[in-house]
Design a protein. Sequence first.
Length: 707
Amino acid sequence: MTDTFGPVRTAEPDQNLPELPADRYNDRELSWLAFNERVLDLARDAGRIPLLERARFLAIFCSNLDEFFMVRVAGLKRRMAAGVAVPSNSGLMPRELLDTLLTRTRELVDEVMRIFADDIRPAMAEHGIRILTWDELSEDERHRMTELFETRIFPVLTPLAVDPSHPFPYISGLSVNLAVLVRNPVRGVTQFARVKVPNVLSRFVALGNGRFIPLEEVISRHLDQLFSGMQVVAHSTFRVTRNEDVEVEEDDAENLLFALEKELLRRKTGRPPVRLEVEEDIDESMLELLISELDVEEQEVFKLPRPLDLRGLFSLADLDRDSLKFPSFLPKTHPELAKVETAQPADMFAALKNRDVLLQHPYDSFATSVQRFIEQAAADPAVLAIKQTLYRTSGDSPIIDALVEAAQAGKQVLALVEIKARFDEQANIAWARKLEKAGCHVVYGMLGLKTHCKLSMVVRQEPNGLRRYCHIGTGNYNPKTARLYEDMGLLTSNSVITEDVAKLFNHLSGMSEETGYRRLLVAPHSVRTGLLAAINREIANHADGLPSGIRIKVNSIVDEAIIDALYRASQAGVTVDLWVRGICAVRPGVPGLSENIRVRSTLGRFLEHSRIYWFANAGHAQVGIGSADLMHRNLDRRVETIVGLANPDHISRIEDLFEIAFDEGTASWWLDGSAWTQHTQREDGTAKLDLQEYLISQMGQRRAVER
């Protein structure tokens, strides 16, 4: 392994290879729907997945689909409205693609509702967890729900009528609403009214003893109190999904914060709908009014059985029923960061002086590694400065608190806050202001680029002079998601890496234009070119009879230039293994194009989130971990980093991980061309090895090491 993750030998692929076919890409959006169907597979899997976890996966599917419509479908409709009729990477024109997406979505949503009604809901009832209708309540329960309505719900409801003096109200995105038709008994006039279901209570109201009722059902049974003197003719629930993607012109970095706050306000009031969900038995005149007033197309209307919005299942999945959930799991302190005698967390700086530490969360505790690294730096009088990127973090983040503490103690603190992180913009604005108020130097990223890299650097005064310590990761500095997302990170005091990170922080804060690094690839300058050169080098090595091979683990792979290079590698005889959680535009197994490419996907209790790049490099494996997926935005419009690993043990760990993931005895999904197939059971019906459960077991057996 050289000191550089970048290429040691470049080569152009053989120009005599066959021409690449025009239909060589899977469509990005359809591939995303295929990913969400794999999530649905987990909800179906009664053999491997505990009941409440299956309910949680239904909620995850619905939450994922909401975001897909808010961003991807909304973006497609925006391009159509602007007359930008550019085909997708698969060759589909926008209208054709939208029709295909809506048809496929309808099929998946119908399956979700079937699984809930015929499988999950009855199975929960067998275990004493019941979602009831009003007619199924006891007299005592009805009395208590009426009292609850009068004391806690009724005071916050605001029924809005529609008539010549009251225009149709704005319907906020993803809110559950009641559409009501009321008749004035004196004048005989029928009017439409809307009642928004508030968030003051859980979506499923607890009745006690494992019994629940949807909140909208409680409200609908008391509409006479909202419309006193009127006759309620009909009522039905509905839900609107709106374009929620943020657009901000970055003409002035100083005004970016204010521009984004203004755009977030506009998001709440001026975003066009992209989907309308209604109950399947909705009154037709009521539906016609909704379609007309919301300006949605009929094909964007989804008629569904009640209850709408199964994201409410998240609260039921959190019930205290351990027997219906995954076994409890407590992350362990990495053995190289623990004291031998007690296995308690050790001094971070002492541990990192002698070795790099490769972390894999959530198996390695985030709290006793990355979080402790930053907290110890904040409290250590010898630490002079801390520099940190923040893309997403939790609402009560100890990372933020540590940075505030460090600044208040007089340390130099630089926080690079990416306030354009989608759906976390408001929270990040709040943290940016909190950090500034505490005396931190806050930078909002680079003009035109999102800062997506995961970096932390500590500068410490030591007897031999200043020394830098760094963390470079694949995941966000979020203690909550670190318990749910699989991510990797490198803690190091290696002078080559820390100098690279120092240069990058100077570049991000506007103090340097240098973009040359020894152990880092940094987008948008060198990730694309570095990876392409590494792929081409494997082609050349294979032609020369040297060891060759490519292994990549990412969330998504869409970039055409990278994919074409992998196709060329496959055509040249190089084996390519792609471990992809989500979107995959590669079509493996196509004769003459991709016979040497295998694609696997792993889904389970943890969200696979790490990005890993491995190249055989003529027998001297070149391995990197980082923040970059293989998408246009990551390679061209974001600041991303990939750091090269040098420790043979770390490289061996990565290789072992790929071996297990691609073993045919390991549960996974396989992609053949454009079709995904589930391979989670053996021929005899027993479950295959669960990779994540295996890693829980293996990581738990490690012990603290002698120093």
